[in-house]
Each structure stands twice: as C-alpha cells, then as structure tokens.
Design a binder for this molecule. Structure first.
Ligand SMILES: [Zn+2]
Length: 76
C-alpha cells in the first residue's frame, strides 16, 4: 500500500493480490461479463483453473467493502 491516490481506478490481480498499473501492458481475461487483470500469464493460468472460486471470493470482497464487513465468509 503506497497510498497513491492518483485518481485512477485501481486494478489488482485477484490471484496474487498485486496491484496492476492500468497504464502498463497487462494480461486480462473476461469471465462472466467481468474483466480480470493479472500481473502475468502465470496468474492468468491460475485464475482459469479456479475461476469460479476466485470470482465468488472477489464478489464477497467487493461486498465487504461496500457493506462494512457484513459478508459471511462461507469458505476459507
Ligand atoms: Zn499475479
């Protein structure tokens, strides 16, 4: 966390959690009408192996941000 606040939407890699610079060349994949960005082909491959689990995890994370932690975590 560098506390940047540059005004651009922050992208992050849902596999390893690394922040992605939207201005750099990024690897991305679209899954169920959402686009996900990755730091490299390795994370993209990992995502494709467990895309549904990661998608649910990410939705829960977004929900947690919006509702101040009312999300129930069904899985570790
Ligand atoms: Zn990654």
């Amino acid at each position: 966390m560098d506390g940047g606040g540059k005004g651009t939407a922050m992208l992050y890699d849902p596999v390893c959690g690394r922040k992605i610079d939207a201005g750099a060349a990024v690897v991305s994949v679209e899954y169920k009408k959402r686009r996900y960005y990755f730091c490299g082909e390795g994370c993209k491959a990992s995502f494709q192996h467990e895309a549904e689990r990661i998608r649910l995890h990410e939705l829960a994370r977004v929900g947690a941000l919006l509702s101040s932690g009312k999300v129930r975590w069904g899985m570790a």
